[in-house]
Every structure is written in structure tokens, then in C-alpha cells.
Design a protein around this ligand. Structure first.
Ligand code: SF4
Ligand code: SF4
Ligand code: FES
Length: 696
């Protein structure tokens, strides 16, 4: 992509410009693999070496097959025999193939839960392989154990506990204190089962499986014991379900309905304990509802690594308290509310505001930082009420941080709900329809392009991959027309103080990796944008996303530079000082209002789903870029821009098949690998929580 001739910047993707015959180094168009020849008459793709020369034919073949499959798919989708995008295939060197092989072996081998993922504390260093053990990178066969649960044979990895084996066999066993992401102290005795050959009932959450073990989880003896434990747990419980925030997703309610259902035999005064205890900035305790399972204590100890809760007293006086001199105040404190099986711990932000069975849930990704924790968005009648973590052992285990939970509040704060045109440089501007604003923007941008003025494109790290891919296509097509284009990746300013080795990243943008990949290796950041604005190089700037990585104190220096532009177009979610400087504001939908993907810091491309409608006339970034492309006359063959799924398929196909790693000698970069593994996944209708069983 051609930029200002004075500044030689690298092409955005190293893709050959359309119409050009020369592919970038290391890349050859698969459509011409068999026929195209270089000037020397040699085939551009060297012939595969004979067996024994070090290159594994399977990998090169797989790449070629991928490219062919993408071409076929695009042909089917577009009904065209000629592709708009040249699909190319990387011809790796033997060193790259060895690196890619080692990398994929590491990635594909199963990882034991550790650190925040498994929340059993930090991962221990990898031990050196014992003699006869497989070396690093080789997959060790899993040692499986076969046992019988209620007569059903089940095989599980050695070390699994009996409770997990029962659940895997489809035999339900009640439990309270066990949580798959925490250690098992076996304090509630709600999971008792019989094991043939053992005189006493055993807590299944604490007992490891053994080969040929025979478990009787539903014998009359085991069922009676679990029923009695449930009654024991309820002896002093206030049973104030009608006013309890956990009602509808409470494990105690669920077990009572599933396993007991009898009237209370308690006819004495229950033990009274403190209520509405302020434990910390976000959490309130009702000690009477607490069933003393200690899950919350273990979350603080094992996930957050801070001992802030503990038990005091004994017997029926036992009570959850904060540790001496402590408050329940750590960056992961609200996970205690999630794991609390009853309504003892409640979130100040959520309590008494919404009943859980009124909520609908949609799977998505937290937009709070580059970690990309998997979450459920709980919403009702167009409003998001809370975000809770969703299990993904590769990313966040079972957890998320408190700050991430509150990102939903930004959906309601200072939103840009309608288009405006004609502002900037002190002009008040006017409200406009999207069509009018897009036409106005495209007409003015078109004039600048006709004059070959330099156009800047901002790839916002808060925007979705699909929209940024559409913007990349705009950059490519403008460059083909000889318009100098400069690309910048901007987002919110990093916050190094929030970085920990648990989940939180310093990068508080959800899609920096995706934006960097799609903007291409020549893209600049804020420093380059400042320099270009200061030098008066840019005539127009089109920002997809309104965030710039500077604080309020630096902003006054940047704003006058923006006034030097002939045209500033901002696709904005929130109203900011920069947005108010724009001549055209296009209202954009936020992360919870669109379908799309984000690429996290590990390069994993993860799906976000639309939960609620955007406010006013706001539209997804992808749609706005598509409308602008149409008006600019750049939308030929870009029908995929009409749907995020089509855009995703087009993007992943083109990226995995055409983008070579920038450094061909190293391993495949994580974002590229992420796009190669990415899946759009199933569409998910919102599920009402009343059908979604208990949480906790
Ligand atoms: S407050 Fe909840 S999680 Fe903590 S011990 Fe009590 S019941 Fe368990
Ligand atoms: S660690 Fe980052 S992605 Fe995870 S919940 Fe917190 S802000 Fe969200
Ligand atoms: S769940 Fe097994 S003892 Fe509590």
C-alpha cells in the first residue's frame, strides 16, 4: 500500500497490490502456482524437495489446500470465478516448518489447570523429563482409570475425584463446598457416596478414583446420608428466599427441590448471626445464609492470592469473618459472590435491583483488557445488568476481575446515539441521518482522494476484527487508486499498574492484537499520528473508534493538531473531546451490541455476541465502514461486508491463506495462528436464566 512517497512505509499486509504481478517475498498466488514464472523463467514456488531434504510435504500441502478451499468457498459465496482477493500460499522454509511443528505440538498438547486457569496456585516449573519419560513437546499418553458408578462403567484420567467421575457417568451427586477451580477441603459432606469395600461413606469430592473401583452413588444409604446432610445444613438457615438475591440460581434451593422437598422439622429458634455486613467495597455478607462451605475463602487465597476471609468460632456459632486487619478488597473479590452457593455474599452493584430469572444470558468476551476473559452477558429488556465469568481453561479458568465486571456500565455512559455533521473548528454542526452523514463524509473524503491528499486511517483497538478488516480493504483499494494512505493503531492508554500474573493486563483494549495485525506492519501509533498531524501531512483522518492513548492533561496539545485536518471522521461509541472535534460523527454500536470477534493478547480470536440493541441510530462499525465504502465507490466485490459472519469468513480465509509471518525465520506469530484456528461458532439465542440451572 503506497504511502507518502517521502516516507517509505511497508505495505499493510505485504500483499501484492491488486493488478500487480509481483507477490511479496515468500508468497505466491495459488491461482498461479502451476503456471506463473518469474522473470528468470523459474517457477515462483520452488519444486518440493525430494523426500529426505527436510521439508515435510504435508504442511506445504495443507497450506495449499487451505488456499484452494478458501478460493472455492469465496467462489461459492460470491458466485464469481475470479477472486477479488488474490489468495496466496506461504512456502515455508525447513526451519519455519520445524518451528511451526514444535509450536503446534505445544499448543495442541493438553494443559493441566494451573494458576488462574485451574486456580491451584502458580504453575510449578516444568520438571526435567525422567529417563523413559517423553521430552518436552512430546505428548504423554493420559493414564486412564476405569471404574463403575451405579453399575455404569466410566473411564477418567488418574487423579480425578470420584465426584467428577460420577458426573461424567451421568450420575448426579449433590455438593456444596467442591468447585472444580478450587482445592477440595471436603467440609460440607454433601457429596457422600458408598465405595464397595469401604466401611464408611466417603466424600466423593475428596476421594481419588482407583482402577476397578465400584461406587454406589445412588444406594439407599448414600441417598439417606446426603438427604440428612441437606437437612442439617438447613437447620439454621433463614430460608428467606423471597428476598434473597440468589433465589433462582441457588444451589441450596436446587438441592432441596431435587433431593429433599420435605417440610422442616425445626420448631425451635434458629441461631441468629449478623446480617448486611459490609465486607468490602463491592460485597455484603448475610452470615445467617452462609452454609460455611469456605469457597469464598479459597477464592481469595487461591485465585487472588490474598488471605482476606476466614472462619471464626465453632459449631452452630461458626461464622465467616474478614481476616484481622483486612477487608474483602482485592481485584478478584466478586468471584466470591459467583462461587457462593447461597445468597450469603451479594454484590452491592446487583442486589435488590433485578431478579435473576428475569435475565437472559448471552456468551461473549470481556472488553476490559487484552486478556479477553470469557463471560456471560446477563441482560433484560435492552439493558445489561451484570457480567459473570464463563469457563475457559485456556484463558480465564472460571474467573474474571472486578473491573471487567463493571465494563457494562460504559454501555450506558456518554453514548453517541446519532450522527452529526459540520462540527469542528468551533462550528456547532447539526444532527443528521446516518445516510446523510455518510454521504457528506464520503463526498468530502472523495474530493481529498481525487486530489491525492494523504488519508489517515485509525484502526481502533476497541473495534471488532471484522470492521477493521473492512477498513484494511478500504486502505488497500485507496492505495490501488494512488491515494497516499497512512495507518495508525490507537486505543486506550496502557495501565501498567493493573498488570498482574493472574488475569489483568496492562493493555486495557480487547483487540490490540487484531488491530495490529489488520492494520499491517507499517502502521504507526500515537507518536506517528502526532508527528504526521504536526507536519501537516494528513489531509483527512478517518477513525474507527474514538480512543487515543493519552490522558486528560495531554489532550489539549493534540486537539489543535486535529483542527489542521481538512476532514475528521470519527466512528464513535462515546462522546469525547476528540469526537467533538470531528466534522462527521458516525454513531457506533458498542461491544455488547454487535456480533464479531476480538483477538486477545495470546492471539486467540474469540467471539462476541450481540446481547442488546444499540442506542438511537448507532450501527456496528462494520456496517458504517461498509456504507462509507459504498459511497466512496470502493465496495465492488465487498458483499461480505453486509454480515459480520460473512466478513469473518472472508477475513479468516484471506488472512490464513495470504498473510505470511512478518519474520519468516521465526515461529508463526500468535495473532496469525489465532486467525487460522478461529471459528465463528454457533449462533446463540438468548437463554432465560430460569432455564439455565443454578450458578455457584
Ligand atoms: S459466604 Fe458463601 S461461599 Fe463463603 S463460606 Fe458462606 S456459603 Fe460458602
Ligand atoms: S482480566 Fe481483563 S478481560 Fe478479564 S475480566 Fe478483567 S478486564 Fe476483563
Ligand atoms: S462437596 Fe464434597 S464435602 Fe463438600
Amino acid at each position: 500500500m503506497a504511502d507518502d512517497p517521502k516516507k517509505t512505509k511497508q505495505p499493510a499486509t505485504d500483499l501484492p497490490a491488486r493488478g500487480s504481478s509481483a507477490p511479496p517475498p515468500g508468497v505466491a498466488s495459488s491461482t498461479h502456482i502451476a503456471t506463473r514464472r518469474s522473470g528468470s523463467g523459474l517457477p515462483l514456488v520452488p519444486p518440493r524437495p525430494a523426500t529426505g531434504e527436510g521439508i515435510k510435504p504435508s504442511i506445504a500441502d495443507a497450506l495449499r489446500e487451505t488456499a484452494d478451499a478458501v478460493q472455492e468457498a469465496v467462489r461459492e459465496l460470491t458466485g464469481k470465478t475470479q477472486l477479488a482477493v488474490p489468495v496466496a500460499v506461504v512456502q515455508p522454509t525447513p526451519a519455519q516448518i520445524r518451528a511451526a511443528d514444535a509450536l503446534s505440538r505445544t499448543l495442541l498438547s493438553p494443559r493441566p489447570p494451573s494458576g488462574p486457569q485451574g486456580s491451584r496456585g502458580p504453575s510449578p516449573p516444568a520438571p526435567a523429563p525422567a529417563p523413559g519419560e517423553p521430552a518436552a513437546g512430546e505428548t504423554k499418553p493420559v493414564d486412564m482409570v476405569t471404574l463403575k458408578v451405579d453399575g455404569r462403567e466410566v473411564s477418567v484420567p488418574r487423579g480425578t475425584n470420584v465426584l467428577e467421575a460420577c458426573l461424567k457417568a451421568g450420575v448426579e451427586v449433590s455438593y456444596f463446598c467442591y468447585h472444580p477451580g478450587l482445592s477440595s477441603p471436603a467440609v460440607c459432606r454433601q457429596c457422600l457416596v458408598e465405595v464397595v469395600g469401604q466401611p464408611k461413606l466417603v466424600p466423593s469430592c475428596y476421594t481419588p478414583v482407583a482402577d476397578q473401583m465400584e461406587v454406589l452413588a445412588s444406594s439407599p444409604r448414600a441417598l439417606l446420608a446426603r438427604q440428612q446432610m441437606l437437612e442439617f445444613t438447613l437447620v439454621n438457615h433463614p430460608v428467606d428466599c423471597p428476598i434473597c438475591d440468589k433465589a433462582g440460581e441457588c444451589l441450596l434451593q436446587k438441592h432441596y427441590m431435587d433431593w429433599d422437598g420435605k417440610d422442616s422439622r425445626t420448631d425451635f429458634d434458629k441461631v441468629h448471626k449478623p446480617k448486611v455486613v459490609d465486607l468490602g467495597p463491592y460485597i455484603v455478607l448475610d452470615a445467617e445464609r452462609c452454609i460455611l462451605c469456605t469457597r469464598c475463602i479459597r477464592v481469595c487465597d487461591e485465585v487472588a492470592g490474598q488471605h482476606q476471609l476466614e472462619m471464626a468460632w465453632r459449631g452452630d456459632r461458626q461464622e465467616l469473618v474478614v481476616a484481622p486487619g483486612q477487608r474483602l478488597d482485592n481485584p478478584y473479590s466478586l468471584n466470591t459472590v459467583d462461587v457462593c452457593p447461597v445468597g450469603a455474599l451479594t454484590s452491592k452493584d446487583f442486589r435488590f435491583r433485578m431478579r435473576v430469572w428475569e435475565l437472559y444470558t448471552v456468551d461473549s468476551i470481556c472488553p476490559g483488557c487484552a486478556t479477553g476473559c470469557n463471560i456471560e452477558v446477563h441482560h433484560h429488556q435492552g439493558e445489561v445488568w451484570r457480567l459473570v465469568p464463563r469457563e475457559n481453561r485456556e484463558v480465564n479458568g472460571y474467573w474474571m476481575c472486578d473491573e471487567g465486571r463493571f465494563t457494562y456500565k460504559e454501555l450506558r455512559r456518554a453514548r453517541v446515539a446519532g450522527a452529526r455533521i459540520g462540527m469542528g473548528k468551533g462550528m456547532p454542526g447539526q444532527v443528521a441521518s446516518i445516510d446523510k452523514a455518510v454521504s457528506y463524509a464520503a463526498e468530502r473524503l472523495g474530493r481529498i482522494c481525487d486530489d491525492k491528499g494523504t488519508v489517515g486511517l485509525v484502526f481502533g483497538a476497541q473495534a471488532q476484527n471484522e470492521a477493521l478488516y473492512a477498513l484494511y480493504k478500504v486502505a488497500e483499494l485507496l492505495a490501488e487508486q494512488g491515494v497516499p494512505v497512512r495507518r495508525y493503531v490507537l486505543g486506550r492508554a496502557p495501565r501498567p499498574e493493573r498488570q498482574d500474573n493472574i488475569l489483568r493486563s496492562a493493555d486495557v483494549n480487547p483487540n490490540t492484537a487484531g488491530a495490529q495485525l489488520l492494520a499491517g506492519p507499517g502502521a504507526g501509533g500515537l507518536a506517528e499520528l502526532r508527528a504526521d498531524l504536526g507536519a501537516g501531512v494528513l489531509k483527512a483522518l478517518w477513525m474507527v473508534g474514538e480512543d487515543v492513548p493519552i490522558g486528560a492533561e495531554e489532550l489539549p496539545a493534540l486537539l489543535p493538531l486535529l483542527d489542521r485536518l481538512q476532514l475528521l471522521i470519527v466512528q464513535a461509541v462515546h462522546d469525547t473531546e476528540i469526537v467533538r472535534r470531528a466534522q462527521v460523527i458516525l454513531p457506533a454500536a458498542a461491544w455488547a451490541e454487535v456480533d464479531g470477534t476480538f483477538t486477545n493478547a495470546k492471539g486467540m480470536v474469540q467471539r462476541i455476541r450481540r446481547a442488546v440493541d444499540p442506542p438511537g441510530t448507532a450501527r456496528p462499525h462494520l456496517e458504517l465502514v461498509g456504507l462509507m465504502s459504498q459511497k466512496l465507490g470502493l465496495a465492488r466485490g465487498q458483499g461480505w461486508q453486509g454480515s459480520p459472519r460473512q466478513a469473518f469468513l472472508h477475513m479468516t480465509g484471506a488472512i490464513t491463506a495470504t498473510l505470511p509471518p512478518p519474520d519468516m525465520s521465526g515461529p508463526i506469530p500468535a495473532p496469525l495462528r489465532g486467525f487460522a484456528r478461529a471459528e465463528w461458532g454457533r449462533d446463540m439465542p438468548p437463554v432465560q436464566l430460569r432455564f439455565a440451572n443454578a450458578r455457584g
